[in-house]
Design a protein around this ligand. Sequence first.
Ligand code: BTN
Length: 326
Amino acid sequence: MRGKGPEVEIVRLLKSGGEFVSGQRLSATLGVSRTAVWKQIEALRKMGYRVEASPSKGYRLAGQRPFNGVEVSSLLETEIIGKRIHFYDEIGSTNVKAFELARGGEGEGAVVLADSQTGGKGRIGRRWESPPGLNLYASIILRPPVAPQEAHALTFLAAVATAEAVAKVCPVRPVVKWPNDILLDGGKAAGILLEMDSEPDRVHFVVIGIGVNINETQSMFPEYIRNTATSLREKAGDAIDRAEFARHLLSGVEVWYKIYLSQGFTPVLAEWKRYFGFEGKPVRVTSFESVKEGTCLGVDASGALLLKMASGDVVRVVSGDVEAAG
Ligand code: BTN
């Protein structure tokens, strides 16, 4: 577990300008002894930071920074989202962990991050490929004061925040596939899995799981998704800093969550529509009970997909998988 402990403060202080910072200044700023500073520096080294030490000048960071909770925390300036970050090098599923933590009372805004998942969960019981060292696997705990039937708004909210974060680092404009896949040139770059704990008229908590293919290249994808998956790196041409990306994403979730709490679903949905790429197009929607084909008319005020069938009837779809048809 990593909260905003002294190691986060040290990384922040050492970061500014890349200059040496004296041990004395670190201990005075943090209000701890020089020995405590030294212990924190050792801990940072164990986490993969390269900390140069000079007896006369102090400490400075060198080389590539690792991806971990301390690094993400040191970049974040949010009030709620990511105030506490639980980071794991390897975990079954960040969603499962976040669910457990939330059941145990973990507060709103806590985030579970992992470098890899051995049992990453996708929608509809699918698997989410989660190799180490490449991508982002994040689960955010929220406790919105809403009824369970309203909670799907958070899926749209997460899709908007993810699309915006992708747009910040990638030259290809992201397209949202209803309700919450993020596509780049038609390939899937990110997926969102919302899980919730509730009673009939009240949500206890929601876990928003977001998986983003960041630095995985086409040849690294397992064969069964090689033709349908893509990554930010594939489109940007260069490696992308995962901690920076996490900062964009978590900051965006906070911005949109505040908007949602103060103004409701309407502004979230309006923004989501700006990224929606299927309006006016022929689509096929596969759900548990049926497969429907028609022209996508967009979404209604609740976020349900509107499908115009060959008969002329307009059907409202609340769940399923959409793909281009025809
Ligand atoms: C989808 O099928 O499109 C949703 C994929 C969601 C994957 C993310 S990765 C982080 C979080 N932990 C999980 O086990 N799943 C979600």
